[in-house]
Design a protein around this ligand. Sequence first.
Ligand code: ADP
Ligand code: ZN
Ligand code: ZN
Length: 736
Amino acid sequence: MLCSRPIVTQSKKPAVLRVAAPVPLRRPFDYLAPESQNPDRLRPGIRLRVPFGKREITAILLEVAAEASVNAEQLRPALDVLDDKPLLTPGIMALCKWSSDYYQHPVGEVFSAAIPKALREGRGLSETHWRLTTEGKGLPEGALSRAKSQAKALALLQTGEQLPEVLKNAGISGAVLRELTAKGLVERCRITTSLPSAALKENGPPLSEEQGSAVAAVEWDSFSCHLLQGVTGSGKTEVYLRLIAACLDRGEQALVLIPEIGLTPQTVKRFEARFQSPVAVLHSGLSDGQRFAAWQAAQSGTAGIVMGTRSAIFTPLARPGLIIVDEEHDGSYKQQDGFRYAARDVAVKRAQLEGCPVMLGSATPSLESLENARRERYRHHFLRGRQGGGELPMLQTVDLRGLQLNAGISDYLMAAIRETVEAQKRQALLFLNRRGFAPTLQCHSCGWVAGCDHCDARLTVHLRKRCLRCHHCAAQRALPAQCPDCGGTALLTHGLGTEQTEEFLRNVLSCPVHRVDSDAMRGVDAMQSLLEVAHSEEPCVILGTQMLTKGHHFPAVQLVGVIDADALLYSADFRGEERMAQLVVQVAGRAGRESAGGKVLIQTHYPDDPLFEALRHGHFESITRSLLDKRRASGLPPYGQLMLLRSDARNERDGEAFLRAVQKEVTGFLPPDCQLIGPLPSAMPRRAGRFRWQLWCLSASRGSAMAAARLLVERAEGLRKSRELSWFIDVDPSDV
Ligand code: ADP
Ligand code: ZN
Ligand code: ZN
C-alpha cells in the first residue's frame, strides 16, 4: 500500500530530510529541516529549496529519515519548504524510485522527468479554479453567443472546473473572466479535487463481440495487463474509448500514451469528440506554459483524460484508473539519451504500483509482449476482423532479379501504380525507408566517395537543397562541383532515396506526388495538410519513409508498394527481422482500409525468404513464433535480459580499455546467471567524432539483471574518470 501520511519522527534528534536533487549523481542528499518548520508539512513529494555547493536548487523530499547517511554535523539546513501538499503522488514517487534503480539513472534526473520546468524552477501551483456559478450553470444553450470569448469560456467551464492556466492557454483573457464575474456567471474557488465529467458527447457504435469481450475482461481497481492485437482499422481505438468511458464513470482518470508521430490533432479530436471531459495533451512540442497547464490539470484531477508521448508516463494523476499504450511496439517509446527508459515498460510498472489496469495495443506487438502473453502474464485479446468489412489486402512479392528499374520501381509496380491512380482514381502509397536523393556520391574518374569526417558513414546527396548530409550527425556541406581528390567533374550518385523516386514519379505521372519524410514534413502543419490530402481522396501517390507506418488513417489508399524490402531484410541488430516484419505489416495495413481489394506489392531480390513467405499468407503470428524460437536458442530478449555498458571516447582505443577494466572489476562478483560479452565496437564505431564500444551483459532473470546493473555502474564509477571518455548503461536497449 502506498500512502502519504506525514512521517512522525519520535526521537529528539533532528529529522533528516533525504532529497532527490537535480544533479547527475546517483545518490540522494541529506539536509536538516528548516528551523521552525511544522513537521506535518514535511511529507514525501513536496519541494524544498536547498543549498547545493554555492548554489540554491529545488529538490524533492524522498523521505524523512532518522539517521543521516553522512556525518550529521556536516548537514546543512534546507532553506525553505515550497509546498503545503505533496506535488507528486505516492504512485509517481514510487515509480521514479523504481525507475532510478531499474535503469540505474541518477534519481534527481529521474524526478526531473516527472516535473515541468516551471515547477523545477520553484514556481507555485495554482490554488484556485474557475467554475460556473449556479446562475452560470442555468444559462440556456447558446447564451452569450454574440460575445465569442465569453461563450468559449462558458463552454469550457461547462465541462468542469478549470485551472486559470488552462483558460489562458485556450485564449481566454483575464478581462473576459472579469466580465463574466461581473455578470455573476463565473467565480473563483479554491481547488478541490473536482471530478471531471463522465458525460459522453456521442455514443460509439455497438461493439463487436471481440471488442466487447476485450472491454469486459478488464477488471478495475487492481493491476492487470492486457495485450490488444488487431490490424489497423480493426477497432482498437474504439476499445480504448469504451474503457476510458468506464474509467471516467468511476471518477478516475485515464492516461493514454501515443507514439511521437501518432499524436496529431486528429487523434486528440477523436477523443474529444466522444467525451465532455477535456483532454490534457503532453508532448515535446509544447511551450513551458502549456506543459505546466496540462500537467497541473492531470495532477489536480481536473483532466479526465491525459494523452501524451513517452515522457507523459511520469505525469502524476490525482486518481489514476487506467493506462493505455497505443502502438506498444513503437520505437519512440524508448528514450535514447540521458535517462534511457522504455515508456511501455514503465507504463506496466506504473499500473502495478498504482493498482490499475493497463492495455497495450498494436497490430504487430513486440516479441516481449507476445511472450508475456504466452506466459499468461498479460491477457491477450484479438480483433481479427476489420470494422466495416474492409478486407485485408492481398500481399504479393515482386521478384526483382534481372528486372529493369526506374528510380527503384519495376515496370510491374509502375503498372499497378498507374492502374490505381489513373484507372481507379484511388491513392497509391509507396514506402522507401531512405530520405534524400541518393545515399552515395562517387567520383567516376578516381573512385572517391563522399564520407562524413566525423562518422563511419557516407554522406547522403540531397539534390533539392544542393547539399551533402550525414544522417548520423549534424554534418552538412554544399554539393561539390568537382572531386576534391582529382578535380574530376563526373560525379555519380548510387542508390536510392525518396527525393529521387519522387522526381521520377512527378515526371511520368499526371497526378500529385506527396513526399512524406522528415525533410518534407517539418512541423505539425505539414503532417496535418498531408492527412487532409489523404482524406480528400483525390488520386495521388504518397511516397514516404517509416513516418508513414504510424497509425494514420489513409482511407483511399488502394495500393501499397514497398520499393526496397531488401534494405530492411539485412540488419546487424538482432531485432532487425522483428522490425522488418512489423514494418511490412504496418505499411500493408494502410491499404484498402475502407474499400475492398487493396493490394500490397513488395519488391525484393529474395522472394523465397521465409519471412516474405509467411507475410504472403498474412501470418504475422507464424513469423513471430519462429523469431521467438531463434531468440530462445540464443538467450536473447525476451528470454534473457540484456543491458549494455556503452562507452564513447575521443580516442579510438580508450573506450575499449575502459570497458575491459570494468569487466575485470566485476568478474567473480556478478550473479551466476549473468554473462558478459565483449567489449565490442558499436554497429557504427565512429559517430560524431567519437569512438563507441559496448559491453554486453545478458542475464537469465530480472533480479540478476538489476543486481548486475548496480554492480557494473558502481565499478564503472569507481574507475578513474577522464574528460575524454564518457560511459552510460543502457538497460533493455532497443538498438545494439
Ligand atoms: P484501430 O484503432 O484498430 O485502427 P478504430 O477503432 O479506429 O481501429 O476503428 C476503425 C474504424 O471502424 C473507425 O472508423 C471506427 O469508428 C469504426 N469502428 C470501430 N468499432 C466499430 C464497431 N463496433 N462498429 C462499427 N464501426 C466501428
Ligand atoms: Zn576523383
Ligand atoms: Zn556524420
